[in-house]
Design a protein around this ligand. Structure first.
Ligand code: ZN
Length: 339
């Protein structure tokens, strides 16, 4: 998918397109930003723009250079079978081992076979084992001829400082709910209504929206309500840990994904806002969760004074920790003690 077809991130794509047009693209790029916002798509689009057989040049436009998206090179890159565009992804244990990196580097010692530039795309670069990162270092420092490295990560801090300092970092933000919804409709066969409903809860991430779409939002909402109900009456430690288990565990035997837990916490935060509104006598029409308004009114008294606000801050901190890869169990147990 060329730059012009990517939803959002226009500042980032324009920056890369301009550098491509001027021939000033640094040989090592690090795309950093939240999971599921489209960093990987931009990385693939960059590989396409570098190797497209009929690149589109429009000097002066924000996208000064872009791939056509339909030529043989573009098509092969999109399918992951272009001989000069090497894709490195974490294995089933969520890590990238040194052998994989060594193999890739041996393939970069020759000039590109059919393309103009060889591109090495590393997905979730934070999963590179430290030895693998060290093996990469020399190539990042003195890239092999005609080779560009593009790494993506949600946690740039997990990379060795030496790797980070040799890369040009481009930061990606979250998409707007409208952008998430547009991608769901265009690329994932959602109806307009479905797309809007999940996009509102997806925190600017298509990846998050997709995992939500496959889970039951009503159940996640029930769990958020349970968390507030169980902690409302100042439950004992045992009761609090139990409800933390309900947040991470869910109704089935399988543990919930990090994304699903984040949604439960965001729903909790939004309900706490509603409780504050109820306690201040606000118009019921301003509530974000009208479907559970009666349940919230029933516990609102327990969250009088500063408690709702303090609980909201605790949920926010928990979400922040979750976003930075803290263990879901530790985070929810901590939270259940704070509310
Ligand atoms: Zn093309």
């Amino acid at each position: 998918m060329p730059f012009h077809a990517i939803v959002g991130h226009r500042r980032q794509t324009a920056l890369v397109a301009r550098a491509l047009d001027r021939g000033t693209l640094p040989p090592t790029l690090l795309f950093a930003g939240p999971m599921g916002v489209g960093k990987w798509r931009v990385a693939v689009a960059t590989a396409q723009a570098l190797n497209c057989l009929e690149p589109q040049r429009s000097p002066g436009e924000p996208l000064a250079m872009d791939a056509c998206g339909t030529c043989r090179a573009c098509e092969r890159i999109a399918r992951g079978i272009h001989v000069d565009v090497i894709v490195v992804e974490p294995d089933e244990k969520a890590s990238i081992k040194i052998d994989v990196v060594r193999d890739v580097l041996s393939r970069t010692s020759y000039r590109p076979f059919e393309g103009k530039r060889r591109v090495v795309l590393v997905r979730d670069a934070d999963t590179l084992e430290p030895q693998a990162q060290n093996a990469l270092l020399k190539s990042l420092e003195e890239p092999p001829p005609a080779t560009v490295f593009i790494m993506t990560t949600a946690v740039p801090g997990a990379l060795l400082p030496t790797v980070r300092s040799r890369s040009m970092m481009l930061r990606f933000g979250r998409l707007t709910a409208d952008e998430v919804s547009a991608v769901l409709v265009r690329d994932h066969e959602h109806t307009e209504a479905e797309a809007r409903a999940v996009a509102a809860l997806a925190d600017g991430s298509v990846g998050q929206a997709l995992s939500l779409a496959s889970s039951d939002v009503a159940v996640l909402r029930e769990t958020a309500l349970l968390l507030l109900r169980q902690t409302a009456g100042r439950a004992d430690v045992q009761g609090r840990l139990q409800v933390a288990g309900a947040v991470t565990g869910g109704p089935s035997k399988k543990d919930r994904s990090r994304e699903e837990i984040a949604v439960v916490l965001r729903l909790t935060a939004s309900m706490l806002r509603d409780i504050e509104a109820i306690n201040s006598g606000a118009d019921p029409r301003v509530l974000a969760n009208p479907i559970v308004a009666a349940d919230l009114r029933a516990i609102a008294g327990d969250f009088a004074g500063d408690r709702a606000r303090e609980a909201f801050v605790a949920v926010d901190r928990a979400l922040f920790a979750l976003d930075r890869n803290a263990g879901p169990k530790v985070v929810t147990e901590w939270l259940s003690m704070q509310i």
